[in-house]
Design a protein around this ligand. Structure first.
Ligand code: CP
Ligand code: NVA
Length: 318
């Protein structure tokens, strides 16, 4: 029987228990950093990019390779999908060649369409709507710093963008309180945001916060946009001081120093951006393992001591 693959596209579509299990696996894989289990022996991941990337590309490539698999990186301009070939044909052909595909592209609907026609897992590596892989690494980082995400207060500062929207999806899954300080003209209708609080004032959001998080004011594809309205939301030492004394500063990177955050904040011990970046690797491994395990391909868990279950399925049938 052909099963539906485990796509990783929208956090709100994945059961909370499953997300927690992926997270736990990520922590265990981090402990095995220097003796990585060969979970993906002989497996291939196609990586399609229509936007730039440092962390996402590194984390997927290193994750696959450390765990025994390999990758094929394709810029959108180099493949037929960027020309005349349909999403459906691309999905069906990829499904005959590789064991999974990750894609970074603005058009979120295209990623969902790719998944609809794929018999292999599709992973959202950032669209204009969301960045779920990033938020998994962020949650890992918060668990490391505070022991749990439950009950932690996260204050988001600035743009209402793809990363902000993914924090909103993550809040009920991870049990954190989320207050977002966003310029009034960009604020979403908060009546259907499941209790997420949206405010104008960054200092109101920062009060009692354990985490202050921001992102660029100009996401990829928005070049040329005005940034004046974001100036009051810049993360400064003064804003950090309005949060809890042990509050941490997070940012998915890349950072625009002196814009959304000052150099001064980045040089304090509160700044955990490099832990956050490293956790992309460990989270990615766990996401890939979950994606592959229901896809009719072999995930070699038997090589791993801390194995959630022995899942050695038969070879993929087209
Ligand atoms: N945070 C993040 O996704 O970084 P890259 O754009 O470098 O992949
Ligand atoms: N919001 C940013 C995130 C980059 C990782 C962007 O889309 O460019």
């Amino acid at each position: 029987m052909i099963q539906t693959p485990n796509h990783f596209i929208n956090l709100n579509e994945i059961p909370t228990q499953t997300i927690r299990e992926i997270m736990g696996h990520g922590h265990r894989l981090k402990q095995q950093k220097f003796a990585p289990p060969q979970l993906f022996d002989g497996m291939s991941l196609a990586m399609i990019f229509d936007k730039k990337s440092t962390r996402t590309r590194l984390s997927f490539e290193v994750a696959m390779k450390q765990l025994g698999g390999h990758t094929i990186v394709m810029g959108i301009d180099e493949i037929q999908l960027g020309g005349a070939e349909s999403v459906e044909d691309t999905a069906k052909v990829l499904s005959r060649f590789v064991d999974g595909v990750m894609i970074r592209i603005g058009n979120h609907e295209l990623v969902e369409e790719l998944a609809t026609h794929s018999s292999i897992p599709v992973i959202n590596a950032l669209t204009n709507e969301s960045h779920p892989c990033q938020i998994m690494a962020d949650m890992m980082t918060i668990e490391e710093k505070f022991g749990s995400t439950s009950g932690v207060k996260i204050a988001w500062m600035g743009d209402y963008n793809n990363v902000a929207k993914t924090f909103i999806q993550a809040a009920p899954k991870f049990g954190f309180e989320l207050v977002m300080a966003i310029p009034p003209s960009l604020q979403p209708d908060s009546s259907n945001l499941n209790g997420i609080k949206i405010v104008d004032d960054p200092y109101e959001a920062a009060e009692h916060a354990n985490v202050i998080v921001t992102d660029t004011w100009v996401s990829m594809g928005q070049e040329g946009k005005g940034t004046q309205i974001f100036q009051p939301y810049q993360v400064t030492k003064k804003l950090m001081a309005a949060a809890n004394p042990d509050a941490i500063f997070m940012h998915c990177m890349p950072i625009h120093r002196g814009e959304e955050v000052t150099d001064e904040v980045l040089s304090t011990p509160a700044c955990v951006i490099y832990d956050e970046a490293e956790n992309r690797l460990h989270a990615q491994k766990a996401i890939l393992a979950w994606c592959f395990e229901n896809s009719g391909v072999r995930v070699h868990y038997r090589n791993q001591n801390a194995n959630p279950r022995d899942n050695t399925r038969q070879s993929k049938q087209p």
